[in-house]
Design a protein around this ligand. Sequence first.
Ligand SMILES: O=C(O)CCC(=O)C(=O)O
Length: 279
Amino acid sequence: MLLTAQQTKRYEQDGFLVLENFVDVDDCERLRTRATELVREFDPRGVISIFSTHEQTRTSDEYFLESGDKIRFFFEENALLNDGRLRQGKEQSINKIGHALHDLDATFSQFSRTPQIEGLVRELGINQPLLVQSMYIFKQPHIGGEVNCHQDATFLYTEPLRLVGLWFALEDATIENGCLWAIPGGHKLGLKSRFVRAEGGGTRFEEFDSTPWPEDKLEALEVKQGTLIVLHPLLPHLSHENRSSRSRHAYTLHIIDAGAQYPRENWLQRSPQMPLRGF
Ligand SMILES: O=C(O)CCC(=O)C(=O)O
């Protein structure tokens, strides 16, 4: 058993779990180095043209909607100037890489598929695990954007709900550089919305409950490099902007259960040629 009875109880009570030193510092650094290489190999011109054409909404929607089985690069909101040029180098402009790093890149696959991670998700009740989504989040110095308060099940819904979110700190995360914040026990408030593919193309939110989050109850989760934060699919969490001079790299992995139904209207879909895989 990886989790103590007390930790399992904490997860049920709070909706999250902070596991210090879950990953070796060397493994965190290996992932950081690989992400740097991917960015170096990435030619931003193609993506800039997508985000600066007249048909911006449609083409950027497609770039995003097709990323479920690809490695794609997304810019920080303020990275582009009006004339379509980058305000600063691509290395300082990328918000995140997603969403199939864990299947398409050997270093990310190795990091994501360890007996320790598999054991953990099984202990959390995921009996037939499938790795559905991965993201490398840069939270760049000075321009790192905020992530609004949300539940992961809004974006990765299954019926019944069988999802676990894993957030790995690849650098120390503090209030200054935009650490995660969560509402302890907030996973008991129910699912507020779903983010789905719209019938005519693009995406939309389907809202079930419009009451605002009790954001006064948010707790900062300041953690050291190598810490894993386990997130319940209904836990409300967010991160603020990074205005500091230090980056806050993190890697997230989401795992569903093959025994649950993954709806066709979920935004993230795979082509039949690339089915989801387990460990
Ligand atoms: O890393 C962050 O800033 C937020 C990530 C997050 O909330 C998520 O992946 O669901």
